[in-house]
Write a protein that binds this ligand. Structure first.
Ligand code: ATP
Ligand code: MG
Length: 244
């Protein structure tokens, strides 16, 4: 579904040059929920921005559905942003004066979908995220977790196969964060229309809910489990020993 190969990105030049991504390789299958972790400044948002077609890489490639990109500037990957990738942000990015329904419908209308069709798709998406009874509320009348679910409805409404989420639970309390994770999992494991989610989180507990974890470290991604990500190796736990 989504393949990243040898992706490189630097910022600045000369002695100020910062080599952030040094050949990132990764692959996400349809229906997979992958958590991306790594220290602050390791390049997680940079990686998501390049995959999402908001930033051009310096080397390597990205293949998504039948599209190959990665080095093209944002103006050359409009179709990727419109059709293939949905975004979820830490601070929701909802319009304050629009109802949940209009927030979702408007995003669809911006991609050229006629209003009645957009509204229909928005209702379906809001129902899917459990907000059927909140469609006519404006963001201020919704809890943080509900607002994030509106943003998720907006991201899935266009039937995009991949969702990128940069610290989606960063502004939520623990219970709402867990609900968002559960919803992500439902969306990925949906039998009719499974999507793929790549999600940045600093919370090891939430990361462990994903199907798989990746650690971005020194400019490259490596497979990770929660213990190695947190510097706990085998002999640091008490019930070690027996091999299975
Ligand atoms: N537009 C830019 N110009 C110059 N440097 C940048 C730019 N964007 C990011 N960087 C630098 O690249 C590095 C990676 O940044 P990035 O935002 O991808 O990190 P991150 O892993 O998302 O960190 P955090 O966990 O704090 O969100 C940082 O050192 C950052 O300062
Ligand atoms: Mg970041």
């Amino acid at each position: 579904m989504l393949t990243v190969e040898g992706l490189e990105k630097s910022f600045g030049s000369g002695s100020n040059k910062l080599h952030v991504l040094k050949g990132v390789d990764m692959n996400i299958k349809q229906g997979e929920m992958v958590a991306l972790m790594g220290p602050s400044g390791s390049g997680k948002s940079t990686l998501l921005n390049i995959i999402g077609g908001l930033l051009a890489g310096d080397g390597g490639s990205i293949t998504l559905a039948k599209r190959t990109y990665g080095l093209k500037g944002p103006s050359n990957v409009v179709d990727v942003r419109r059709e293939l990738i949905g975004w979820i942000f830490q601070d929701f990015h909802l319009l304050d004066n629009l109802t949940a329904l209009d927030n979702v419908a408007m995003a669809l209308e911006l991609t050229g979908i006629p209003s009645t069709e957009a509204e229909e798709a928005a209702r379906t998406a809001l129902t899917k995220v459990g907000l059927a009874d909140r469609m006519n509320f404006v963001p201020d009348q919704l809890s943080g977790g509900q607002q994030q679910r509106v943003a998720i409805a907006r991201a899935i409404a266009g039937n995009r196969p991949v969702l990128l989420a940069d610290e989606p639970t960063g502004n939520l309390d623990i219970a709402s964060g867990k609900e968002v994770m559960a919803l992500f999992k439902e969306l990925c494991h949906d039998e009719e229309n499974p999507i793929s989610i790549l999600m940045v989180t600093h919370d090891p507990d939430l990361a462990s809910k994903a199907d798989r974890m990746l650690l971005l470290n020194d400019g490259k991604t490596e497979a990770s489990d929660i213990r190695s990500a947190w510097g706990l190796d085998e002999d640091s736990e008490s019930d070690e020993g027996e091999e299975e």
